[in-house]
Design a protein around this ligand. Structure first.
Ligand code: C5P
Length: 223
């Protein structure tokens, strides 16, 4: 039987979150935001011991994460009882996440969490290695891409709404650093699965991007 999983991979700031939220709503399927697990691990490492260079200590932190998700008018996230919904969304948390994400033992520790997210009627899985490593048998694999400049511009516009001090140059620099780390690491590097449908979204409006993806999804579900 075909597994009911749609994976959405791609680099930071490409719009995966928007696409996944849209698909989960439209289909009434569950949503896995795998990046939040790496962000939670990064935050826990920073709070507990700060030893980002110590793979065993980071893996131990990942294995013993005390996380709770609550869904009341939006998803709220708790780490060891404290709400961290905003704290895991900062640029620092993104950088910390990509540092711990390069450690193979951390990735292994988070694999079970991700597999447990697979429940009926289906799952939309958002990440970097959803199609290559976590759900290699997914029925439909999407890989979204866009130039670094375009992704930085999108992220900058988003951040400006809450932080007027942010600059485009800093956002671009942070994004490049994260891209480099995510693509060059040995463990599950960022790359499209061989059977993924790759979409360059640089020149697409959000409406056009969602319409195209909806067509692909309908084609998959009808097949
Ligand atoms: O997607 P998000 O920006 O929340 O991810 C934060 C970081 O977590 C990424 O830059 C990447 O290093 C890591 N990550 C990963 N594999 C995933 C999801 C996220 O390595 N499946």
């Amino acid at each position: 039987m075909k597994s009911r999983v749609i994976t959405v991979d791609g680099p930071s700031g490409v719009g995966k979150g928007t696409v996944c939220g849209h698909l989960a709503n439209r289909l009434g399927w569950h949503l896995l935001d795998s990046g939040s697990l790496y962000r939670l691990t990064g935050l826990a490492v920073r709070q507990d011991h700060g030893e980002f260079n110590n793979p065993s200590a980071c893996a131990l932190t990942a294995r013993s994460l005390d996380v709770r998700f609550e869904n009341q008018s939006g998803l709220r996230v708790f780490l060891s009882g404290d709400e961290v919904t905003q704290a895991i969304r900062t640029e620092q948390a993104g950088q910390d996440a990509s540092v711990v994400a390069a450690i193979p033992e951390v990735r292994a520790a988070l694999l079970d969490w991700q597999h447990q997210a697979l429940r009926g009627p289906g799952l939309i899985a958002d990440g970097r290695d959803m199609g290559t490593v976590v759900f290699p048998d997914a029925g439909l694999k999407l890989y979204l891409d866009a130039s670094c400049e375009e992704r930085a511009r999108r992220r900058y516009n988003q951040l400006r709404e809450t932080d007027k001090t942010v600059t485009l140059a800093t956002v671009l620099k942070d994004l490049q650093a994260r891209d480099d780390r995510d693509s060059s690491r040995e463990a599950a590097p960022l790359k499209p699965a061989a059977d993924a449908r790759v979409l360059d979204t640089s020149a697409l409006t959000l409406v056009d991007m969602l319409a195209l993806i909806d067509d692909w999804v309908d084609e998959y579900l009808g097949s």
